[in-house]
Design a protein around this ligand. Structure first.
Ligand code: PEP
Ligand code: MN
Length: 300
C-alpha cells in the first residue's frame, strides 16, 4: 500500500466538485496522461477503438435462462455475458419465483462460459463470495450500492481481475474517482468506470427511476484515461428508452455498454420493465454497429 499522507493542500474547504488539489494530490493516478486499455482476452479490449457490449439478464435465475441468453449473444457476435448470482435489491422482499442462486448460479455461468466460449461479468456483493466468483468471472462488477464499500473495493482490487466500478446514483464524480483511487492504489489498473444513472428531483416518467448522466461520460473522458462505459438499462429502468440512450452513449464516447436482455422481459424476476427482448436486442446491436462506424469504432 502506498503512502496516503498528503502535504501542502491549498484548498481545505469541503467540496463535491473536483478541485485542483484533488487533481494534484488526491486523484493523481486517475488523472495521469497515459491512456489505459483494459484487455480481457486476445479478442476483447476496452479501448478507444472497440465498444464491447456486456449483455444478459439481471439475475442468473436458471440454467435454461442463462443458456438462452448466451446463445442470443453468440448469434449477435457479442462476447461478454452478464448475470448476477449474488444480487442486492432495494427492498428485502423477493418474488417467490426467484431467490439468489449464489454458487449454483455461478456453476451455471461456468457451464455457459465453457460451452459457448463467452466472457463473464458478475457482481461481487461480499468478500466471502469473492473466491467462488473469481473461479468463473472474467470481470468483477462493483454495483452502485457498493461504490464506497472500501474494504470490498480493496479486496476485489487485490484479485487483479478487471473491475467495473459503477457510479452510485447519488455520487458526485469526485466521490466516484475517490473510490476508483482505492482500487488503483492496490496496484490494479484494470479499471472500467460505469455511468448507470443518477437520482434527480424529477424523472420525466414514473417508471424512470434514474436519469442517465450523459454529461458524466463526457466529463469522465475529459478527466481520465480509463475506459468509461454506460448502462442505459439501469439508468432508464424502461426498455423503450434503452435504444435512444444507447446511441446517445456511443455518441458521448462510451467505451462499452451494459444492456439487459431477457427472453420474456415480463417474466424477469427483477426489474421486468427494463430488459430488451431478444428481437429488440438484435435490432439494437445492428443499429449500434452502424453508429459506431461513424466514430471509427467497432461494436464487439
Ligand atoms: C446491475 O448491474 O444489475 C445492478 C444492480 O446495477 P446497479 O448497481 O447500477 O443498480
Ligand atoms: Mn440489474
Amino acid at each position: 500500500m502506498k503512502n496516503r499522507f498528503i502535504k501542502n493542500l491549498t484548498n481545505k474547504q469541503p467540496t463535491k466538485d473536483i478541485t485542483s488539489d484533488d487533481l494534484k494530490f488526491k486523484i493523481p493516478i486517475i488523472t495521469s496522461k497515459r491512456n489505459i486499455e483494459v484487455k480481457i482476452d486476445e479478442k476483447t479490449t476496452f479501448n478507444n477503438k472497440s465498444i464491447p457490449i456486456i449483455a444478459g439478464p439481471n439475475g442468473v435465475e436458471s440454467r435454461e435462462l442463462i443458456f438462452k441468453v448466451g446463445k442470443l449473444l453468440k448469434k449477435n457476435k457479442i462476447r461478454i455475458l452478464r448475470g448476477h448470482a449474488y444480487k442486492p435489491l432495494t427492498f428485502p422482499y423477493r418474488s417467490k419465483q426467484y431467490s439468489e442462486t449464489k454458487s449454483q448460479g455461478m456453476d451455471w455461468l461456468d457451464e455457459v462460459k465453457k460451452y459457448l466460449k463467452l466472457l463473464i461479468v458478475t457482481e461481487v456483493t461480499e468478500i466471502k463470495y469473492l473466491q467462488r466468483i473469481c473461479n468463473t468471472a472474467d470481470i468483477l462488477q462493483i454495483g452502485s450500492r457498493n461504490m464506497q464499500n472500501l474494504e470490498l473495493l480493496q479486496e476485489v482490487a487485490k484479485t487483479n481481475k478487471p473491475i467495473i466500478l459503477k457510479r452510485h446514483f447519488g455520487a458526485s464524480l469526485r466521490d466516484m474517482l475517490g473510490a476508483a483511487e482505492h482500487i488503483l492504489l492496490e496496484g490494479n489498473e484494470k479499471l472500467i468506470l460505469c455511468e448507470r444513472g443518477i437520482t434527480a428531483p424529477h424523472t420525466h416518467r414514473n417508471t424512470s427511476r434514474f436519469i442517465l448522466d450523459i454529461q458524466a461520460i463526457v466529463a469522465l473522458k475529459e478527466l481520465i484515461k480509463y475506459p468509461v462505459i454506460s448502462d442505459p438499462s439501469h439508468a432508464s429502468f424502461w426498455a423503450p428508452w434503452v435504444p435512444a440512450l444507447t446511441y446517445a452513449s456511443i455518441s458521448a464516447g462510451a467505451n462499452g455498454l451494459i444492456i439487459e436482455t431477457h427472453p420474456t422481459p415480463s417474466k424477469s424476476a427483477v426489474d421486468p420493465l427494463q430488459p430488451l427482448n431478444f428481437k429488440q436486442f438484435s435490432v439494437l446491436i445492428k443499429k449500434s454497429r452502424k453508429l459506431a462506424k461513424i466514430y471509427q469504432k467497432k461494436i464487439i
